[in-house]
Ligand binder design. Structure first.
Ligand code: HEC
Length: 503
């Protein structure tokens, strides 16, 4: 039987293009009877079904493309189903859309008309797996081994910046290096080095991370600077530049990080572009994982922001009746919500610490690259790859306004402390300030010569920094918008010094 199938397949493959039109007319495929004992290896999702999907289906059903809202990239996403709901009914192949689609008795045969249909054996295998109970893989699919090598020394875009809360220190990440400067004088204070960093071949790497540093943030008490890179974050002692702690095991690049306003929690975001978004919350100090917001977004999470502190009823207390004349006073405790945004175009809000979904905002027409929460808790602002900033009314759950903020994608957005103002930067080389309440453009920070990836500010907005593709960290006086320093890598010959020598 197998021989005949192979023959048919080979014949089809060798047909000229015109004859391949025949695929269009392929009717229902009668599957061959297949038993578990016919298989060379015990029936296993990864070994058999996943391998089949990878060969035939995932070009249209995984990563950024999820036709029919169906993701065949993993067992979990398959079982989540597509736009028609569940596509697998365990034990019942005849009722499963997945089986009917490959058997070509469904109104949408898969692969679609024009593509080479599944073989009888493949169809039989899917039937067997479903009728056998559609069991989960025995082993976790190992994440694809991605070889991390240090970037070449000429690649030094600034992907992240941060200002210490006391506004004395500026951190700029270039490539895999983190340079620390005195904000006032612009002097290079130190370069952060992770001890014992080595490439796979055992070569020493004198840098903060092996791979590019893509995110940074400062703890509100000024104690820690945290940096995020490929699959890891590092917590640095800000005063000494010593590495305090490392957390590994993230799905992909850590692209955004933020502390809760009380400094008790650290939120970390990223995720694999071909799978789900990732959001994790850690307890500051013990660095224990507090919450893993699973299945929060269907793509990379680019930004996250804690709400201002809320007061919620203490455990055991009940919310008083809002119509009561003299509502009894109840004990409250502080709590937070978390806003996240993603390449899946959504902004979502979650309750903490239980991780329950609260609201979701839809309106951006492209990836949402950052999100911020105004300190009154009423407004959210999000930055889009569609060049806009959208302001959302949290209570009403709707869009309050759209600002055509930049000429290219808006790469970052950051509220300035407790002000109703936020900063943005973009692919149009610009850094701007906006008022969240009326949408007005209240500041512009000039000098950028290329794509800007990163912005930072002191809590009072007095020191503003930005960095991007040209590798320069620019420091601005937030009050008069003047450029005060252009910080170069420590080994670069600053043009200033040359002039001083002439004197
Ligand atoms: C060339 C692209 C392409 C390939 C390859 C492809 N599909 Fe699809 N698939 C689609 C499109 C487009 C839809 C949506 C069809 C519609 O509902 O209009 C879809 C829908 C589906 C659905 C229905 C989802 C739902 O909830 O309605 C299933 C099941 C499915 N595909 C399974 C498969 C399987 C299994 C394979 C591989 C054997 C496969 N597809 C290969 C494009 C593709």
């Amino acid at each position: 039987m197998r021989l005949i199938c192979t023959c048919i397949a080979l014949c089809l493959l060798s047909l000229p293009a015109s004859a391949q039109e025949k695929f269009k007319e392929v009717g229902p495929i009668k599957e061959i009877p297949l038993k578990v004992t016919d298989l060379k290896k015990p029936l296993d999702y990864l070994e058999h079904v996943d391998a089949l999907f990878a060969k035939r289906c995932t070009v249209c059903h995984s990563g950024n493309i999820k036709e029919g809202k169906l993701d065949l990239g993993s067992y979990e996403t398959l079982m989540r189903g597509g736009k028609s709901g569940d596509v697998v009914k365990p034990g019942k192949s005849q009722d499963s859309i997945l089986y009917k689609a490959v058997q070509r008795t469904h109104r949408r045969p898969m692969p679609p008309k024009g593509d080479e249909p599944c073989t009888q054996e493949e169809v039989a295998l899917i039937k067997l797996w479903i009728d056998d109970g559609a069991k989960a893989p025995k082993n976790i699919k190992p994440p694809k081994e991605i070889f991390v090598t240090p970037p070449p020394s000429n690649v030094n875009p600034v992907r992240a910046v941060a200002v210490s809360p006391d506004k004395n220190i500026v951190a700029g990440a270039r490539g895999n290096q983190i340079h620390i400067y005195d904000a006032g004088s612009g002097a290079h204070v130190r370069t952060l080095v992770s001890p014992g960093l080595k490439t796979k071949e055992g070569k020493d790497v004198k840098a903060a991370h092996i791979s590019l540093v893509e995110s940074m943030c400062w703890s509100p008490d000024g104690k820690y600077l945290v940096s995020g890179s490929f699959r890891e974050i590092t917590i640095w002692e800000a005063a000494t530049g010593e590495e305090r702690h490392k957390i590994k095991g993230f799905a992909h690049i850590v692209v955004a990080m933020t502390f809760s306003p009380d400094g008790k929690f650290l939120g970390v975001a990223g995720g694999s572009p071909t799978a789900d978004g990732e959001v994790k919350i850690f307890d500051v100090g013990t660095w224990a994982l507090k919450l893993d917001l699973k299945n929060c977004h269907s793509d990379t999470v680019y930004g996250l922001s804690f709400s201002p502190e809320l007061q919620v009823p203490a455990p055991g207390e009940k919310l008083p009746d809002p119509n009561a004349k003299n509502p009894p006073k109840i004990k409250t405790v502080p709590a937070y919500m978390l806003a996240t945004c993603s390449a899946d175009k959504f902004v979502k809000v979650w309750n903490l610490p239980d991780g329950k979904a609260v609201k979701s905002f839809e309106g951006h027409t492209h990836h949402v690259l950052d999100v911020g929460w105004a300190s009154d808790g009423k407004l959210l602002a999000s930055a889009g790859a569609d060049n806009t900033v959208k302001i959302w009314d949290f209570e009403k759950g709707e869009q309050a306004r759209t600002i055509n903020a930049h000429g290219k994608q808006v790469t970052r957005l950051m509220f300035i402390g407790k002000k109703a103002e936020f900063l943005t930067c973009g692919g149009d080389n610009a850094v701007k300030k906006f008022n969240a309440t009326n949408g007005g453009n209240t500041g512009n920070y000039a000098g950028g010569t290329d794509f800007i990836y990163a912005i930072g500010t002191s809590p009072d907005g007095a020191v503003i920094v930005a960095g991007g593709q040209d590798g320069i960290v620019r420091v601005y006086n937030g009050t008069n918008s003047q450029l005060t320093r252009s910080l170069l890598p420590p080994d670069a010959q600053p043009p200033m010094k040359q002039e001083e020598k002439k004197k």
